[in-house]
Design a protein around this ligand. Structure first.
Ligand code: HEM
Length: 130
């Protein structure tokens, strides 16, 4: 038997105010997953400079690391990757039927752990840049 459910219209952008923790987890997981896919292209572009020799590769990396914006982007990338990994592992547990009654709590724990790891990484990423 099918149940009807009012999903609202696509144009109802204001619905984000009613989103539950699970909806935010879903949005953040998709968002971070696709950012990681996008980053792969940048990563390959940078790595491929090594085909022009070790000196070109070193100069590319040094040039990038000299830019403060790159240091901040790296911190953002770490946050995105850590959240995706932690939330992804959480989702795999959910798929196995583990922790089903603590899904909100485990999502908040993923967020907190991501924040803690990201903040702890700041001295490393900004080291020598300021
Ligand atoms: C240890 C590392 C990772 C874990 C544990 C993980 C886990 C997951 C899981 C469980 C899902 C499915 C979520 C759902 O049920 O809807 C997912 C989705 C996704 N992951 Fe990952 N992932 C990891 C690394 C990555 C990496 C490195 C990338 C990109 C290069 C990536 C890109 C994506 C994308 C784009 C989706 C969403 C696909 C969609 O739109 O349905 N993930 N990930």
């Amino acid at each position: 038997m099918s149940q009807s459910y009012d999903r609202g219209t696509v144009e109802s952008f204001g619905r984000w105010r009613e989103f539950s923790a699970g909806m935010w987890a879903w949005i953040l997981h998709k968002f971070t997953g696709w950012i990681l896919v996008g980053y792969l292209f940048t990563h390959i572009a940078v790595l491929s400079t090594s085909t022009q020799g070790a000196e070109t590769y070193t100069a590319t990396l040094q040039g990038l690391e000299a830019l403060l914006i790159v240091r901040f982007l790296e911190i953002g990338l770490l946050a995105v990757a850590v959240f995706h990994i932690l939330n992804g592992i959480r989702l795999l547990f959910v798929d196995l039927g583990l922790g089903l009654t603590a899904q909100d709590k485990s999502f908040y724990a993923s967020l907190l752990l991501t924040a803690a790891i990201t903040v702890a990484s700041i001295p490393t990423f900004l080291g020598g840049a300021l």
